[in-house]
Write a protein that binds this ligand. Structure first.
Ligand code: SAM
Length: 283
């Protein structure tokens, strides 16, 4: 008997992965959490039926969400991660010895517990003493912060359900306030390819563009996300993502990465014309 996990990418498109077995399933206070073992992608984390990560391609997402801003701020000390309960973003951030403290604000403690048990590849960072977890809504947490962080990484679910508030103008404005004068905010920015995703991405970009003096979008190829073409937002108070990348300091760190490198960094900001057109409409 074949077992398949299937996610609807649009009303007319489905993405299926053959699975060996289901390792975990829980309805938490916020969402349904499932973890599967798959033949092609290793373990898979699914929230409310949406694939969050697979062991095989999570390195692309986590390297791109963490190292792009950290090459601009290789001496960042205080980092805030909102969402990211699988631990993959924290794992990459904590590879920087200069990082002294990471606050991870995850609404759903059950995600962290499940990942610690079944996804040690991403959850390894939870034992790092520099990481402090706060189990609450990131939208509420950020209201209390001012001039505190060098970097904020918004590693959220999509803009519906518990993640909805993390795509609002209020949230981005509060992120601006929570950052130091040379701070950077990076977020997972949805996909430009299918109509509904593109609309969500455009709306988020407009709100970020209105909240920060520098707002750029960069991309990566993530095979298991809808269309495989995924975007990230880079919003900054002072630094330009390419001109101000500090390669001298970054290279001194000697970090080994599987996807990310200085050429990928620059190239990721070169967007296809159809993506530029979607963005230009709201700039
Ligand atoms: N890499 C993933 C992606 O883009 O598909 C995101 C993965 S990560 C597991 C997303 C996390 O954000 C989830 O664990 C979810 O519980 C958390 N989250 C959603 N809304 C949140 C909120 N308002 N505050 C804090 N965390 C939130």
């Amino acid at each position: 008997m074949d077992l398949w996990f299937t996610e609807s990418h649009t009303e007319n498109v489905r993405f299926s992965v053959k699975v060996d077995r289901q390792l975990y399933s829980e309805q938490s206070d916020f969402q349904r959490i499932d973890i599967f073992d798959s033949c092609e992608f290793g373990r898979i984390l699914v929230l409310d039926g949406f694939l969050m990560l697979t062991e095989k391609d999570e390195f692309i997402y986590h390297e791109m969400i963490a190292h792009v801003p950290l090459s601009v701020l290789p001496k960042a000390e205080n980092v805030l991660i909102i969402g990211g309960g699988d631990g993959g973003t924290a794992r990459e951030v904590l590879r920087y010895e200069t990082v002294r403290h990471v606050d991870l604000v995850e609404i759903d403690e059950a995600v962290v517990k499940a990942c610690r048990q079944f996804l040690p590849q991403t959850a390894a960072s939870f034992s790092d003493k520099r990481l402090q977890c706060h189990f609450e809504d990131g939208l509420k947490y950020i209201r209390r912060c001012e001039n505190q962080y060098d970097l904020i990484i918004v590693d959220s679910t999509d803009p519906f359900g518990p993640g909805e508030g993390l795509f609002t103008k209020e949230f981005y404005g509060n992120c601006y306030k929570a950052l130091k004068p040379d701070g950077i905010m990076v977020n997972q920015h949805e996909s430009p390819f299918y109509k509904e995703d593109a609309y969500a991405m455009q709306r988020a970009h407009k709100r970020i563009y209105d909240s920060f003096p520098i707002s750029r979008i960069y991309q990566a190829h993530i095979p298991t996300y809808p269309s495989g073409h995924w975007l990230f937002g880079f919003a900054s108070k002072k630094y330009h993502p390419i001109i101000d990348a500090n390669w001298k300091e970054w290279k001194k760190l000697g970090l080994k990465t599987r996807y990310y490198n200085p050429k990928v960094h620059a190239g990721a900001f070169a967007l296809p014309n159809y993506v530029e057109a979607i963005i230009n409409e709201v700039e």
